[in-house]
Design a protein around this ligand. Structure first.
Ligand SMILES: C[S@@+](CC[C@H](N)C(=O)[O-])C[C@H]1O[C@@H](n2cnc3c(N)ncnc32)[C@H](O)[C@@H]1O
Length: 636
């Protein structure tokens, strides 16, 4: 098979099982063409395909060359018009002859397409095409604390990388070829590295010392904040195991209580094997009990084996509409073989790549999650790797309704565990119906009301997420009851990540439900006492005469029920230290505070402290940006 046939087969394959374009090409043993050449052709042709589609359609190439498929036409015309050496086939090859005889017409259509975009030269057009790809996504590296430390990785895997101050600088480093890193300002033990740097061949990656996991995907375990006193922790939907191993890493730093385990459920037996591999490689197998092929919904919360379960992490299957293709493969636009030429790229064939757009938020005020059919179609593949090609807004509506209903049942099932006092719910979906819609429905459910569940307010969250500026959709968080400001606080408690907003993250959503102690210990009624919808009319916090929540200098409110602040910041000075060697920022030793021996000073939550007067690194104020497999596992 020729290079072009292999590229066409990969780009139009009905399944993207096997991960990103890069991993499918480099991971395949059956391909005859050199992987680097194949990847470059597939990637570059996809990048140019919106323009080439117009060129092919308007030149009527497919009507005149019946042996050409739409995919082959894009690949061959790409090389004819844009590759330095032209089409990489012998001069007498039928495909090459068939395309080259239309060269003059194709070139003139290419000029027209360029002029329609108001680009005076091909260079300007190239720059426009590159700019449309958007800023490259950073490589997120979570240092697995079960096996390594940030310091150790800086001294080994990341040796020679320049330390910069912000993730924006990391993202900007992509086209320069510079290798830079930045320590994340929100999630402990997380590092952003230059886009495109491949860590999958490193010893650290192979041995499980580092895990390639998007920053947003690290939010749930960090927000759940597992502790030795929490008893057993359930990860209800575990494979491939990014969050399971993250939970283990956090608990390892704090010290597991004797007998404390992570119970990892995974319904899909095949994915459970991946989970098993990941847990073993990450070194968390001794503290993790995997339930392969087990449906979490079939568990009996009152069974004796779950009596010690104090916390649950729920990351159920979702539309996956927030996932960023790891190599950010652009959409592959295919020309229509219909006879009418087009002057624009409006007629699109279904594409099989992962490029997705953030859908507009829908309003979902009703307690029953209601999807908005006008939202952008979700991706062709969901986050469990299943194919999903909704063909109409109605299909999408039905699919999101079904997903939201499944997600709500998982959440309500988790809230029924008798000793549970915290539960995170997350998705890598951008659709409000799968996110805030589920939260509103859960809060209004009998299970939550009877159990005394509420959301963990922003003020109560771990520091990195308290400071994370992107929060829930207020319009979608507006159930009935709850009193003045209640639903706004619910929206504030929801943590969102928006892909393409300059923060280098995938689209994501997470919220944490809490109650004091186990079932029945707090009753309904709102606030820190554990209530759900506060029917007293003004919510759980102490307010002033004008109804405003009273906050201290740190912005922390006081609970009516206890008269105490919801977060006690006392003791934050107890520093945990991490050394950065000499990989400082522009002032020689970077933006963080250091002790006498040059080690970075960190807070008790593991976050480095900024020097007084230094630019805040990522932990910026609201709205102000200053800030598949691991070993082949998907990066959710
Ligand atoms: C979004 S993925 C989980 C990703 C994982 N948390 C991670 O970070 O690596 C959802 C997983 O839940 C599994 N799943 C779906 N329904 C389930 C159920 N009822 N019980 C257990 N697992 C389920 C799917 O097979 C899929 O592997």
């Amino acid at each position: 098979m020729s290079l072009y046939h292999e590229a066409a087969a990969i780009l139009t394959s009905p399944s993207t099982h096997g991960g990103s374009l890069k991993s499918r090409i480099y991971g395949s043993k059956d391909l005859k063409s050199p992987p680097a050449q194949l990847y470059a052709l597939a990637f570059e042709s996809s990048k140019w395909s919106a323009i080439l589609k117009e060129v092919v359609e308007n030149s009527q190439l497919l009507q005149q060359e019946r042996k050409l498929t739409p995919a082959l036409s894009i690949l061959l015309v790409h090389d004819l018009l844009l590759a330095k050496k032209g089409i990489a086939l012998p001069a007498s090859h039928g495909l090459r002859v068939g395309v080259e005889k239309h060269k003059a017409r194709l070139q003139s259509e290419f000029v027209r397409a360029r002029l329609r975009r108001k680009c005076p030269t091909v260079e300007v057009l190239k720059a426009t095409v590159d700019a449309e790809l958007g800023p490259a996504h950073p490589r997120w590296i979570r240092v697995n604390t079960l096996k390594s430390t940030v310091d150790e990785q800086l001294d080994t895997t990341l040796k020679g990388f320049e330390m910069v101050r912000s993730v924006q600088e990391v993202m900007a480093s992509g086209p320069t070829g510079k290798k830079v890193i930045c320590l994340d300002g929100h999630v402990p033990n997380l590092i952003a590295a230059s886009p495109g740097v491949d860590f999958t061949k490193t010893e650290a990656y192979m041995s499980g010392a580092i895990i390639l996991q998007d920053k947003a995907s690290c939010f749930p375990a960090y927000l759940l904040d597992p502790r030795p006193e929490d008893g057993d922790i359930i990860d209800a939907c575990s494979a491939p195991g990014n969050k399971t191993t993250h939970l283990a890493g956090i608990l390892h730093e704090r010290g597991f209580a004797p007998g404390q385990s992570i119970l990892a459920f995974e319904k899909d037996k095949h994915r459970a094997k991946t989970l098993d591999r990941m847990v073993k490689t990450a070194g968390s197998d001794k503290v993790t009990v995997i339930h392969p092929g087990a449906d979490f919904l079939q568990t009996d919360p009152s069974s004796p084996e779950f009596q010690r379960v104090g916390a649950l992490l729920l990351d159920p299957s979702c539309s996956g509409s927030g996932i960023v293709g790891r190599d950010d493969t652009p959409e592959f636009h295919l020309p229509s073989s219909a006879t009418t030429p087009s002057s624009s790229s409006s007629s699109k064939q279904p594409n099989h790549t992962k490029k997705r757009k953030r859908a507009p938020s829908s309003s979902s005020p009703s307690p029953t999650p209601t999807p908005n059919p006008t939202q952008t179609l979700p991706p062709p593949i969901d986050d469990s790797g299943n194919e999903n090609h909704p063909t109409s807004p109605q299909t999408l509506h039905a699919r999101l309704t079904a997903l939201a209903s499944f997600q709500l049942s998982i959440l309500l099932h988790a809230l029924a565990f008798p000793a549970a006092h915290k539960v995170t719910y997350s998705t890598c979906s951008v659709h409000t119906v799968e996110n805030e819609g589920v939260v509103v429905s859960a809060l209004r459910s009998d299970v939550a009301r009877r159990g005394g569940w509420r959301v963990l307010s922003r003020e109560e969250q771990v520091r990195g997420l308290r400071e994370w500026p992107v929060r829930g959709d207020v319009v979608a968080c507006c159930g009935e009851g709850g009193g003045d400001g209640f639903w706004e606080e619910v929206a504030g408690a929801c943590v969102r990540a928006e892909r393409g907003d300059g923060r280098g993250v995938m689209g994501f959503f997470v919220v944490c439900f809490v109650r004091e102690g186990g079932r029945g210990s707090s009753g309904g009624g709102g606030g820190g006492g554990g209530g759900v919808v506060d029917d007293s009319g003004d919510g759980p916090f102490v307010r002033d005469a004008e109804g405003r929540i009273v906050r201290d200098a740190n912005g922390i409110p006081t609970l009516k029920s206890t008269g105490r602040k919801v977060v006690d910041l006392e003791g934050e000075d107890e520093a945990l230290e991490v050394r950065f060697g000499d990989k400082g920022g522009s002032d020689g030793d970077g933006p963080f505070e250091r002790d006498g021996e040059g080690r970075i000073v960190r807070g008790p939550d593991g976050m480095p402290r900024l020097k007084i007067g230094a630019t805040r690194q990522q932990g910026e104020e609201d709205g102000d940006i200053s800030d598949d497999e691991w070993g082949g596992f998907e990066d959710y």
